[in-house]
Design a protein around this ligand. Structure first.
Ligand code: HEM
Length: 557
C-alpha cells in the first residue's frame, strides 16, 4: 500500500461531488436524499477499497469517515467561495457555512438583537445563512413581502414538528404555494369583514370585562397583593381566541390553567422556533412521537372542541360559523380538518400576539407615568360617564383617539410580536425573482426582521430605541421627526399579511382603554422591572416572563 490506489480515490471524489451537486445550495429537506447521502454513497468507496484488497474492518469505517469529511469540506468551501450566488453579500463568515449558526444564536431567544447588531455592522442586506439574506430596506419590502412579493419561505416547513395528516394543505399561515394560499385566504378575508367583526366584538366585550373583574378581585385580595398581569392577559387572550374559534371551551380566567392548555401552547413555542432555522431537522423530529408533545396536546384539545362545536348549532356567530358559511371554495375539502386547522391557527396566531402587545403596553406605560397620565386623561374625557364602570365597546370611537393609538403603535414598533419571522422565497419552479435590482435565485430565502427595521434611525428618529409615543402625534407637524410608516410592519404586508389585523386592533384598543380607565397600576414594590425586557424571548412570537404590578380600582372623579 505504498501508493493509495487511484481508482478508490476517484470513486470517493466522484461520489462526494455528485452528492454535493445534488445538495448544492439547499439544506436537504426530505428523507430520501439524506438516507442516500449519508448511508448509500459511501458504499461505492468502500466497495472499491475492498476490491483493491483492503480488509473490511479498515475499508468500511474509512469510507464512511472519508466520505463525510470530504463532503462537509466541499460544502463549506463552496458556501464560503466566490462562486456561491450570495458571495457578494456581507455577513459573518460562520453564518455562511450553515444555518446551524442561527439555530445556535436563537437558543437564548435574543435573535432580534443579534440581527440588529449584524445590520449595524454590515448594512441593509446581510447574509445570515448559506442561502438566506436579512433585509432592512423599506424600498425592498414590497418586492419581498408586499404586493409584488414572494410566497412563504422554507422556515414554514421547519415549523411543522408534528406530522400532519392533511400535509399542511389546510394551513393558511404555512402555505408556501401562492395559488393555494390565495384560495384559503379568501375565506379568512370574508370571515374578518365588517359584519363578522361586529359579531366578534360582542365576544370580546364579555371576555374583556371578565378580565377586568378578575383583575379587580386579584387586586382586592390582600393576601395576593401583587398581580402577575402578563399571566392574566394571556389567560384572557387564550379564552377570547377559543370563544372566537369554537364559541367557547376555555375558562382560564375563572378556573386557571388546570388543563395546561395555555402552558402547552407556550411550551410548544420553543422547538419550532429552533427547527425553523433548519427545516430538515423538523422532518427528522416528525419520526419521533415524543417531539412536539405540547403541540400535540393543543391539537388534541382543538379536535375535541371542534367535534363539540360541529355537533351544536351556533349560539353566537364565531369564526367557525363564518368559515363554514364562507367555505374555502374547495370542493375537495372536507370541512372538519379544515376547521380544526384554521381554529388552531386562530388560537396560536391570535392569542400570544395580542397578549404580547397588551403586556408590553402595560410595561411601557408603567415605566412612563407621564404618558400613562395623558392616556387616562384622554379616556376620562371620552368616557366621563363610565369613569369607574365598564366602558362600552365602540371601535370607531377608540380608533380616533390619538394618544391611545400612539401608545399602541409605539409599543408594536419597539416590540413587534413577530420580531424576525417574516420570511419569503421565490416561487418553486420559477428559477428565481428580481427583488429590486437583486436577482434571487430559487433556493434563496429572504427575511425582513420587523424588530430591526422598526429601530432603524433612517425610518424612526430621534431616539429610535426609546418609547416615545409623541412621534406618532407630532408626525407631519415637526420636521425634525422622521416617521416612515412604509417601514412599520408589525402585521407584515402584502397578500399574506395578518388576517386578523382589524380584530387585533379593536381588541388592543378596547382592552387597553378598559384597563387604564378602570385601574391605577404601578410596578410591584421591590420587583425589578428590568426583568421584563430580559425575559422577552423571540420564539417566532414573543415568549414572556412575569409582569408584577400593584393594581387598584380608580376612585370616582
Ligand atoms: C397584535 C396582534 C397581532 C399581530 C401583531 C399579528 C401579526 C402577524 C404577522 C406578523 C403575521 C405573519 C404574516 C407573514 O408571514 O408575513 C400574521 C399572520 C396571521 N395572523 Fe396575525 N397578528 C396579530 C393578531 C392576530 C389575530 C387576533 C388573528 C386572528 C384571530 C390573527 C390571525 C393571523 C393569521 C390567520 C395569519 C396568517 C395570514 C396568512 O398567512 O395569510 N392574527 N399575524
Amino acid at each position: 500500500m505504498s501508493n493509495f490506489p487511484e481508482i478508490p480515490l476517484a470513486v470517493l471524489l466522484a461520489t462526494v461531488l455528485t452528492t454535493h451537486f445534488w445538495f448544492r445550495n439547499f439544506e436537504p429537506r426530505a428523507y430520501t436524499p439524506v438516507v442516500i447521502g449519508v448511508f448509500i454513497c459511501p458504499v461505492a468507496f468502500a466497495i472499491s477499497l475492498l476490491y483493491h484488497g483492503f480488509p473490511p474492518l479498515f475499508a468500511v469505517p474509512l469510507s464512511y469517515c472519508a466520505f463525510h469529511a470530504c463532503l462537509l469540506t466541499s460544502i463549506v468551501a463552496y458556501r464560503l467561495s466566490p462562486f456561491h450566488p450570495l458571495a457578494n453579500y456581507p455577513g459573518p463568515w460562520i453564518a455562511r457555512t450553515s444555518k446551524i449558526w442561527t439555530f445556535w444564536k436563537s437558543l437564548d431567544g435574543k435573535l432580534p438583537q443579534y440581527y440588529q447588531r449584524l445590520h449595524a455592522q454590515y448594512g441593509s442586506i446581510v447574509r445570515v445563512g448559506p442561502n438566506e439574506l436579512s433585509v432592512v430596506d423599506k424600498d425592498l419590502i414590497p418586492h419581498i413581502i408586499g404586493n409584488h412579493g414572494m410566497p412563504k419561505g422554507p422556515l414554514w416547513e421547519g415549523r411543522r414538528i408534528t406530522p400532519s395528516k392533511d400535509k399542511g394543505n389546510y394551513s393558511l399561515i404555512g402555505q408556501r404555494d401562492s395559488g393555494r394560499h390565495a384560495q384559503l385566504r379568501k375565506a379568512w378575508n370574508r370571515a374578518f369583514s365588517a359584519e363578522p367583526l361586529n359579531d366578534y366584538a360582542e365576544l370580546l366585550f364579555s371576555r374583556a370585562n371578565e378580565l377586568a373583574l378578575s383583575l379587580g378581585n386579584a387586586g382586592r385580595d390582600r393576601r395576593n397583593e401583587n398581580v402577575n398581569i402578563a399571566k392574566w392577559i394571556s389567560f384572557f387572550s387564550f379564552d377570547f381566541m377559543c370563544d372566537l374559534a369554537f364559541g367557547g371551551g376555555s375558562n382560564l380566567l375563572q378556573e386557571g390553567d388546570k388543563n395546561k392548555y395555555q402552558e402547552n401552547m407556550e411550551d410548544g413555542l420553543l422547538l419550532p422556533a429552533l427547527t425553523m432555522q433548519i427545516p430538515w431537522l423538523a422532518h427528522i423530529l416528525q419520526l419521533f412521537p415524543v417531539a412536539g408533545a405540547s403541540t400535540r396536546a393543543l391539537g388534541a384539545f382543538a379536535v375535541q372542541r371542534a367535534k363539540i362545536r360541529s355537533s351544536q348549532p351556533a349560539v353566537q356567530k364565531d369564526l367557525f360559523y363564518h368559515l363554514v358559511n364562507n367555505t374555502f371554495d374547495d370542493e375537495e375539502a372536507s370541512t372538519f380538518p379544515l376547521i380544526v386547522s384554521n381554529a388552531v391557527l386562530a388560537i396560536i396566531a391570535g392569542s400570544d400576539t395580542t397578549a404580547s402587545v397588551l403586556s408590553n403596553a402595560v410595561y411601557y406605560l408603567l415605566s412612563n407615568p407621564t404618558d400613562l397620565k395623558r392616556l387616562q386623561d384622554e379616556l376620562d374625557e371620552t368616557y366621563s360617564a363610565f369613569r369607574d364602570g365598564l366602558i362600552p365597546i365602540e371601535p370607531d370611537v377608540l380608533a380616533k383617539l390619538p394618544w391611545l393609538n400612539a401608545i399602541i403603535n409605539e409599543t408594536m414598533r419597539l416590540q413587534p410580536p413577530v420580531p424576525t419571522g417574516l420570511q419569503r422565497a421565490p416561487e418553486r419552479g420559477t428559477g428565481g425573482k428580481m427583488v429590486g435590482t437583486h436577482f434571487m435565485r430559487e433556493g434563496t430565502a429572504i427575511q425582513v426582521p420587523p424588530y430591526v427595521l422598526h429601530r432603524d434611525p433612517r425610518y424612526f428618529s430621534p431616539d429610535p430605541e426609546k418609547f416615545w409615543p409623541e412621534r406618532w402625534v407630532k408626525d407631519g407637524k415637526d420636521t425634525n421627526i422622521v416617521l416612515d410608516t412604509a417601514a412599520f410592519i408589525p402585521f407584515s404586508a402584502g397578500p399574506a399579511n395578518c388576517a386578523g389585523k382589524q380584530l387585533a386592533m379593536i381588541e388592543l384598543r378596547y382592552v387597553i382603554s378598559l384597563l387604564f380607565s378602570r385601574f391605577n397600576m404601578r410596578f410591584a414594590e421591590g420587583w425589578d422591572q428590568r426583568r421584563w425586557e430580559e425575559n422577552l424571548k423571540d420564539r417566532f412570537v414573543m415568549a414572556k416572563g412575569e409582569l408584577m404590578v400593584d393594581i387598584q380600582l380608580r376612585k370616582s372623579g
